[in-house]
Design a protein around this ligand. Structure first.
Ligand code: CP
Ligand code: NVA
Length: 300
């Protein structure tokens, strides 16, 4: 049997993603403590980088479903002392039922998955953050219905989140308008593979025109802290503020994966304002990932 992994949003078909979003909304609205489909199952979580939402949502989700989660960091496992990824994957996957990794290099997760007997979930790499997109899309569907044919604007760094938005645009069939400073645009191959659904704009204002959803992320991601000052200069015209939201539709939503820096990539007025749904989006990490764990681990 081929083990299903969730390394990229592209690992799901359109139908599967729609079903997963619908299931996440159902699980959110019908919490049943007696429903324990993962009783006795164990999720190992390997974090090379910090996390609040990803760690807590996976850990709580496994507990709700009757299973348990192990938090592992390279600092206190042999991974940090150079044990090969391949060997670690072979060993860990003989002991647990699912493995989530948050790593710097995307290749660490793909290589791990190649040697794992159990499903592997990408909990964020420098290239992609597909779990966040499950929650973002669940939030859009809850509040506005199907995102097909809508316009989503990404303002800021062409980073892991931006790449997963590009994937979402192709799977769910929405237009994605991206405005990033020169030198910070998304990966050319990922943009090219997405086709006409994805367009790059020269200014944030132009990209935001008629948007149904505006999204941004930090200017300096984890691992780029030393570039913070340079990035503050390079991204100064790429803040989502009232002027940007005025270009979008009146009922446009604002999302941010969090953590956020008010006064940098988003003004306090927008993130704390009526169009912002960032805390519903954060909560949905729990529900969307429960639907994902059920999809990957329960017999269909
Ligand atoms: N959005 C997100 O992944 O948050 P954490 O870094 O806190 O997990
Ligand atoms: N782009 C951010 C996302 C954090 C959830 C980072 O990689 O740090």
């Amino acid at each position: 049997m081929n083990t299903r992994h969730f390394i990229s949003l592209l690992d799901l078909s359109r139908d599967e993603l729609h079903q997963l979003i619908a299931r996440a909304i159902y699980l959110k609205n019908h919490r049943d403590p007696d429903y324990q489909p993962l009783k006795g199952q164990v999720l190992a979580m390997i974090f090379e980088k910090s996390s609040t939402r990803t760690r807590i949502s996976f850990e709580a989700g496994m507990a709700h479903f009757g299973g348990s989660a192990l938090f592992l960091s390279p600092r206190d496992t042999q991974l940090g002392r150079g044990e090969p990824i391949e060997d670690s994957a072979r060993v860990i996957s003989r002991m647990v039922d699912c493995i989530m990794l948050r790593t710097h290099s995307h290749e660490t997760v793909t290589k791990f998955a190649e040697h794992s007997r159990v499903p592997v979930i990408n909990g964020l790499t420098d290239e992609q953050h597909p779990c966040q997109l499950l929650a973002d899309m669940q939030t859009y569907f809850e509040l506005r219905g199907d995102i097909k044919g809508k316009t989503v604007t990404w303002i800021g760094d062409g980073n892991n989140m931006c790449h997963s938005y590009i994937h979402a645009a192709t799977v769910l069939d929405f237009d994605l308008h991206i405005a990033s400073p020169q030198g910070y645009q998304p990966d050319k191959a990922i943009v090219a593979a997405a086709g006409p659904r994805v367009k790059l704009f020269d200014t944030a204002l132009a990209a935001a025109k008629n948007a149904d959803l505006c999204v941004t992320d930090v200017w300096a991601s984890m691992g780029q802290e030393q570039e913070q000052k340079q990035r503050e200069r390079d991204f100064k015209n790429y803040q989502v503020n009232k002027a940007i939201m005025n270009e979008a539709h009146d009922d446009a939503l604002f999302m941010h994966c969090l953590p956020a820096h008010r006064g940098e990539e988003v003004s306090a007025e927008v993130i704390d304002g009526p169009q912002s749904v960032v805390f519903q989006e954060a909560e949905n990490r729990l529900h969307a990932q429960k639907a994902l764990l059920e999809f990957l681990l329960c017999k269909h």
